[in-house]
Design a protein around this ligand. Structure first.
Ligand code: BGC
Length: 426
């Protein structure tokens, strides 16, 4: 006998995209320049036309989402288009976003807009990216412009996407621009992004009172591989550096190591979120390794994990979604799952990935956790950063030569859930 797992009536169902990954021809940002560096993109591809959103494909993809019963969408804005030179805002670029947002509204889709999803304009990159002391202030000015010019078409704002991931990949690591590979820069960049978030959120609230503004975090699970004190300590340390310190900062307004060398407050941070987004992909199993001081003496030692030669999204672990939501509930604001998905061009793993995570999400709602919606990553195959086009996350498969779309079987499975507001526990 199968059981009906019903979600709350007003639940938001949708998928997520980000500007650089779908728009195409974003030549004026740090990623476009990074893509030109030999070896930077593992499969040798570039973002190129991406999924053609800027030149007109956004609208038909949103039509498709609506036809599948989605009632919401999460997207982001491209800073390098909106402010191509410092202090000069581009009316035409704002107009293009007004069109896309207008289309979403006409379809009855609620929209979460992330003001910045990883990419920076070249002028900011040339001055030091998130290590440029002026960037938080510049970001706050951008937020004000966005809220004023687009706010009537946006349901919820997110300032930034995953400061922890960006600080890790691009400042501690060398995988993403600026690729500093310097552990100390992790804390500085993450702190700058938290400051930018707090200041940006204040601007959105000033310009659009009543329009909820929040932040999107990626909280993977770090579990010890064995019941071994070394594994336990290392898993705990990795979790603190990646997840815990930022969560603590958002909850208390206090920056602790590695966000700051000595404890100190960050103005406006403690009450900066009206809501919070969780991006969740998987679990890392941490094993003590004395040769890895830079990774808190731990390596990831796991089977059945979703990885390429370079990147590991972790083991699929639906229970981790509940654990992430429980942790975020400490902020006492509504929560959304703003990304969850897996790369799978053949769509063999995705159906079970989707169902198992939605079953977990249903349990989270049953525990009384205040989750208001779910956004699958992603609506359409897109440019997956350093992985290029090798990893396909879309409900729609994209043919890059023709821009033709083909729905993957999971899209229909998800559509059934969106339309009925429930899934069957079989
Ligand atoms: C990011 C997306 C990315 C996805 C899959 C998330 O961390 O927000 O931009 O495409 O993961 O790797």
């Amino acid at each position: 006998m199968s059981r009906e797992l019903r979600f709350p009536d007003a639940f938001w169902w949708g998928s997520a995209t980000s500007s650089h990954q779908v728009e195409g021809d974003n030549r004026n940002n740090d990623w476009w320049a990074w893509e030109m560096k030999p070896g930077a993109i593992h499969d040798g591809t570039r973002s190129g036309d991406a999924a053609g959103w800027w030149s007109g494909r956004a609208e038909s993809d949103l039509d498709q989402a609506r036809a599948w019963g989605h009632n919401a969408h999460r997207m982001s804005l491209e800073w390098s288009r909106l402010e191509p030179t410092p202090g000069v805002f581009d009316d035409e670029a704002f107009e293009r976003y007004r069109q896309i947002l207008g289309k979403a509204r006409a379809l009855g889709l609620k929209v979460i807009v992330t003001i910045n999803h990883f990419t920076l304009p070249m002028w900011a990159a040339k001055r030091g990216s998130w290590l440029w002391p002026e960037l938080p202030e510049r970001f706050a000015r951008l937020c004000k412009q966005c809220a004023e010019r687009l706010g009537d078409r946006v349901s919820r704002w997110a300032t930034l996407n995953e400061p922890n991931v960006l600080a890790f990949m691009a400042y501690a690591g060398r995988e993403w621009p600026p690729g500093l590979g310097d552990a100390k820069s992790f804390g500085r960049a993450a702190r700058a992004m938290l400051e930018a978030h707090a200041r940006g959120a204040a601007e959105v609230r000033r310009s659009r009172p009543g329009s909820p503004v929040g932040l999107v975090l990626n909280l993977p699970v770090f579990d010890p591989s064995r019941r071994h004190p070394g594994d336990l300590a290392s898993a705990k340390a990795q979790d603190w550096a990646f997840n815990g310190a930022i969560l603590h900062a958002l909850t208390t307004g206090q920056l602790l190591f590695p966000l700051s060398l000595r404890p100190r407050p960050l103005e406006g941070l403690a009450s900066s979120c009206d809501w919070i987004g969780l991006n969740y992909y998987g679990r890392f199993s941490v094993r003590f390794d004395p040769r890895r001081p830079g990774d808190a003496f731990g390596r990831h030692d796991q089977t059945d994990t979703v990885r390429t030669e370079w990147t590991d999204w972790g083991q699929p672990h639906p229970q981790g979604l509940i654990r992430g939501l429980r942790r975020l509930s400490r902020l006492r604001v509504p929560m959304f799952v703003t990304e969850n998905g897996t790369w799978d061009a053949q769509d063999t793993r995705r159906p079970e990935f989707l169902r198992s995570h939605l079953r977990a999400l249903h349990r989270a709602c049953g525990e009384g956790l205040d989750v208001r919606g779910y956004f699958h990553w992603s609506l359409v195959d897109n440019f997956e950063w350093a992985e290029g086009w090798a990893t396909r996350f879309g409900l729609l498969a994209l043919d890059r030569d023709t821009q033709e779309r083909t729905p993957r079987p999971s899209a229909e499975i998800y559509a059934e859930i969106c339309r009925s507001g429930m899934l069957l526990d079989e």
